[in-house]
Design a protein around this ligand. Structure first.
Ligand code: AGP
Length: 612
């Protein structure tokens, strides 16, 4: 996903912009650029395809570009291939306006044709450049940049976060957003805009989050925000309490490993504030017992790993609430004419809170009268602010593209909410409630025990990293957990893999099992352990190499059949995926390490997907 940063203040802008772009590299990009306004040289623009180092070299670390006002961008291509021309910032034809953009302008062709008819010439294939040219068109009409931006926004359709500077304005940059994140950073005699707080955390902890349709005029000593009618808007300034270190690697070789190791603490931070005197307390929730009882349907909507949390939660929530729970991919939900009305609870799960598919699905659910509850990690993110209710996972900044601690905190929070709702509905007995709650509080230390002995997983990864196709098979919760194990492996090691319901194998896919095929057999869900074992025998009989994952009390039994076994501590059956997923995360990590992959920034991927 693209990254935006803007600066206006007393210091040279270029080094600050480059540093901010570097702190957003993890978001995924294919080119980068900066524009700085200089008293003597007007707007200077430098941009380069490839890694940020190319831009550093091109600008000698920013030293070549004088000026204290500027904007910067890392691009994740949507329209126009990755190259220097299509990189941002884009410049208007007269060279007086520079713009960076995150999002997609859906009617850019129509606008481009209009401008071409006006004699405007274009240099790039991007949708973003159209906005730069349109800005010049309107600025020439009204000679006021704020008004010109307002006119522009009324004509464009799609998603955007814009950073804009104009040669005529020596001390102001303009920001605007709709459907793509953009925040305002408040400094001392200097101010910022950024897609992500990590880009400016080094300079300020005071931020406010722009809402859809808003426009901000940012100078070195003021930030004025307006709505789409150019009426002033009052913004709440939040204090970010993340420390810079927690957004750094902390001595680990990769963010992903650091974040795997942070999971016990992240779970503790997510759970502890919500348990008081042996009861679950969800103060942030505005749903009464009557509201919960009135829901006839529950949807869980998400993408990727967040969707996999939904798959686990479906099994658990139906078991606890005795209500139908439907899990859908956000990208499918939007277009299936979903059965949502006032008696529907729609849970949306998102680490970033900016995934466009999930955001759009949530809006569709609201439009149909559904009640929305968001499970989100990034405070103040778009989904968090638009949902009727939001419960935050307190995992802290997750930098690696492949999620781990956010997945785990989402999972445990969904278990907590499921138990809470079950108590509201009277569908869980006191003994089960107390047993599950006790085990939830023991998860961090049980996970820690496993994390202190990862050498077995590391060894198995060195044994199996050369396979080119790996199956994850399991039943019920193991099947749902296997989806996440499979995605982790695919994402960072680029090995083809699929998760399969092991009871379904014999209905066709077992034809793919041949001598030496690696099958990760998941048998941590005790109630179906014997069934899982029979499937292990099935695939062994066809030549599979079986790596079994089970619980410590069943390891002895499994090791008689499997070629290798990993065992995790026992917990309550509905919580078992929270422990079982950890060796799957580590297996993917160490396989990718063996294969020399770019673990924190896998090819083709972005940390948050804000395009359709
Ligand atoms: C998970 O490792 C991936 N990075 C991806 O599947 C991710 O879970 C998905 O894009 C959803 O992101 P979100 O949770 O931020 O909405």
């Amino acid at each position: 996903m693209c990254g935006i940063i803007g600066y206006v203040g007393r210091e040279p802008a270029a080094p600050i912009l480059l540093d901010g772009l570097e702190r957003m590299e993890y978001r995924g990009y294919d080119s980068a650029g900066i524009a700085v306004r200089s008293e003597t040289r007007g707007l200077q623009v430098k941009k380069a395809k490839g890694r940020l180092k190319a831009l550093y070299d091109l600008t000698h670390g920013g030293a070549d570009m004088e000026g204290t006002l500027g904007i910067g961008h890392t691009r994740w291509a949507t329209h126009g291939e990755p190259n220097d021309i299509n990189a941002h910032p884009h410049i208007s034809e007269n060279g007086q306006i520079a713009l960076v953009h995150n999002g997609i302008i859906e009617n850019y062709l129509e606008l481009k044709e209009h401008l071409l008819r006006q004699g405007v010439t274009f240099t790039s294939d991007t949708d973003s450049e159209v906005v730069a040219q349109l800005l010049e068109f309107h600025y020439n009409e009204c000679h006021n940049m704020l008004e010109a931006v307002g006119r522009c926004l009324r004509r464009i359709e799609g998603s955007y976060a814009f950073g804009i500077i104009c040669a005529d304005y020596p001390n102001a940059l303009i920001a605007a957003r709709k459907d793509a994140p953009l925040l305002l950073g408040y400094g001392d005699g200097e101010n910022y805009i950024a897609s992500d707080v990590t880009a400016i955390l080094k300079h300020t902890r005071k931020v406010s989050y722009m809402d859809d349709g808003e426009i901000a005029v940012v100078t070195n000593d003021s930030i004025d925000v307006f709505d789409s009618e150019l009426e002033p808007v009052e913004k709440t300034i939040c204090q970010v309490d993340w420390d810079v270190a927690s957004a750094e690697k902390g001595g680990y070789p990769h963010f992903m490993l650091k974040e795997i190791m942070e999971q016990p603490e992240a779970i503790r931070k997510t759970v502890s504030p919500r348990i008081r005197d042996g009861r679950i307390v969800l103060d942030e929730l505005h749903l009464t017992r009557e509201d919960v009882a009135a829901f006839a349907r529950i949807f869980i909507i998400a993408c990727g790993s967040s969707y996999h949390v939904g798959m686990v939660s479906k099994y658990n929530w139906e078991r606890l609430l005795r209500r139908p729970v439907e899990v859908m991919l956000a990208s499918e939900f939007r277009y299936c004419d979903p059965l949502v009305d006032e008696r529907t609870l729609v849970i949306v799960i998102s680490q970033s809170g900016e995934t466009l598919d999930t955001m759009a699905a949530m809006r569709e659910a609201k439009r149909r009268g559904g009640r929305t509850l968001a499970i989100v990690n990034v405070v103040g993110s778009s989904i968090a602010r638009e949902a009727d209710d939001v419960l935050y996972t307190w995992a802290g900044p997750e930098i690696a593209v492949a999620t781990t601690k956010a997945y785990s905190t989402q999972l445990v929070l969904m278990d907590l909410v499921g138990l809470y709702f079950a108590e509201e509905l009277g569908t869980v007995d006191e003994e089960t409630y107390a047993a599950v709650l006790a085990e939830i509080q023991l998860l961090p230390e049980k996970m820690q025990v496993f994390l202190e002995h990862t050498e077995d997983v590391q060894y198995l990864a060195s044994r199996y990293f050369n396979h080119d196709s790996i199956f994850f098979i399991g039943r019920n919760l193991d099947y749902a957990m296997g989806m996440e194990g499979s995605l982790k492996l695919k994402e960072i090691s680029y090995i083809h893999s699929e998760a399969y319901a092991s009871g379904e194998l014999k209905h066709g896919t077992i034809s793919l099992i041949e001598q030496g095929t690696l099958v990760v057999a998941l048998g941590t869900y005790a109630p179906l352990f014997d069934k899982a074992m029979s499937n292990v025998v099935e695939v062994k009989a066809r030549g599979a190499e079986v790596l079994a994952l089970t619980t410590e009390d069943l390891a002895e039994k499994v090791s008689k059949t499997a070629d290798a076994t990993i065992a995790v501590p026992v917990t309550h059956p509905i919580l078992q995926p929270s422990l079982g997923v950890v060796p799957l995360q580590l297996f993917a990590y160490y396989v990718a390490l063996q294969r020399g992959c770019d673990i924190d920034k896998p090819r083709n991927l972005a940390k948050s997907v804000t395009v359709e």
